[in-house]
Design a protein around this ligand. Structure first.
Ligand SMILES: Cc1ncc(COP(=O)(O)O)c(C=O)c1O
Length: 405
């Protein structure tokens, strides 16, 4: 029998031990740089996992948030919140959709999307509506969103899972057509345009276009989880815009508030009136502080020309990584778009997290063997070059080591 895995010591014994944390405590940040409580400096190529759109301490965001904190942080959805209308109108403008609901996180936005799909089905007389979801998907850790997630590790121990999901592989339209042929209860497809936690797996443009056509033919909702890949990360506002399509439901979160917790479900005409008063709600959702963070983030992204910047600097970073690691047989593939970059290695590489931090760089490793970069969108060309200059030798040295059995 194998010995049980040693349980790592919890450095914060009064905090529930749900994360594998590095022994680093961050104290403050400026731009793309973070400092820890020991005074060590790190280049941030993680962005709080695609959250810190504008980096840290952005000179335009900080005074706006200070102003909002002094004015009004929270009221209640008993009342009108003009900043909700302002942010919703702007999200509609940049997405071509019609209305938004505000919540506080990615899983909440996805949970709401699942509710919209089910209610949409019931409104059409489908008593047991089902949603097509994907292998390797990640949609969150509530019971419904972990059931939609395509990773058994996330689900293990939390069974019974929520029913009503049919799973298919990514980029395989025939698989979806087969479900359409055999399952009359399907009401929606639900997918990430670029799977983030699953290892930076991109949907092809022709696949998204085919799916859009199928959704139109069948009267299904096309629900695109842009929680990680949205909000400018790929060089367009939303990753699906590269394929020239418009979804019916689009959950957002992470980068929308540049660090202030926020989530949104943005919906088009087909889904706009599915939920009515009493169908959905949340105490904190749409609070003035989060709304102001969203409004200012979108304003600053435009004012600072960040979409074009992301496309340019993302390409430069990708090229520097590709040329630096050219000929390395342990590198399986480079994936991603803009400032959402994955380098798949041929072996698990979680140790690179600590090694990168020791070298002054914050990165992520996902799906065991994919080095993932999600830096703030403000990262400069020089800083991007520095990311590659630190990361390339680390990866090379790692791949040169004998494999652990
Ligand atoms: C695509 C996607 N959807 C949903 C979530 C869940 O978001 P949250 O952690 O804010 O609940 C994540 C988080 O990583 C994500 O990447």
């Amino acid at each position: 029998m194998n010995a049980p895995e040693p349980v790592p010591q919890n450095p914060m014994p009064h905090v529930m031990n749900t994360y594998g944390r590095l022994p680093i405590a961050l104290s403050h940040g400026k731009g793309c740089w973070l400092w820890d409580t020991q005074g060590r400096r790190y280049l941030d190529a993680l962005g709080g996992i695609a959250v810190n759109t504008l980096g840290h301490g952005h000179p335009k965001l900080v005074p706006a948030l200070q102003d909002q904190v002094a004015r009004l942080i929270h009221c209640s959805n008993y009342y009108e919140v003009p900043l909700q209308e302002q942010l919703a109108a702007r999200l509609c403008e940049i997405s071509g959709l019609s209305a938004a609901f505000f919540c506080n996180s990615g899983l909440e936005a996805n949970e709401g999307a699942i509710k919209i799909a089910r209610k949409y089905g019931h409104d059409r007389g489908i008593e047991r509506p089902e949603i097509i979801v994907y292998e390797k998907a990640f949609h969150g850790r509530s019971i419904a969103t972990l059931s939609a997630t395509g990773n058994p590790k996330v689900q293990k121990g939390f069974e019974p899972l929520v029913e009503g999901f049919v799973r298919v592989p990514l980029n395989d339209l025939a698989a979806v057509q087969e479900v359409a042929r055999t399952n009359p209860n399907v009401v929606a497809v639900f997918l990430e345009v670029i799977q983030g936690e699953g290892g930076i797996n991109q949907t092809r443009a022709d696949y998204l276009q085919g799916l859009r056509r199928l959704c139109d033919e069948r009267g299904w909702l096309m629900m695109l989880d842009e929680v990680q890949c949205g909000l400018g990360r790929t060089g367009r506002w939303f990753a699906h815009q590269w394929a020239g399509i418009v979804p019916d439901v689009m959950p957002l979160a992470k980068g929308l508030g540049s660090g202030v917790p926020i989530g949104a479900i943005v919906v088009g005409p087909k889904a706009k009136d599915v939920l009515g008063p009493g169908n959905h709600g949340t105490t904190f959702g749409g609070n003035p502080l989060a709304m102001r963070a969203g409004v200012e983030t979108l304003r600053i992204v435009v004012e600072d020309g960040l979409l074009d910047h992301v496309a340019r600097v993302g390409q430069a970073l990708r090229s520097a990584l590709e040329s630096g690691l050219a000929g390395e047989s342990g590198v399986v593939e480079f994936r991603g778009q803009g400032l959402m970059i994955g380098i798949e290695l041929d072996r698990p590489c979680g140790v690179l997290l600590q090694r990168a931090a020791d070298a002054g760089l914050m990165i992520s490793v996902t799906a065991d063997r994919v080095v993932r970069l999600l830096p703030p969108l403000i990262i400069s060309a020089e800083e991007a070059a520095q990311v590659a200059a630190i990361l390339v030798p680390l990866v090379k040295a790692f791949l040169a080591e004998p494999r652990t059995p």
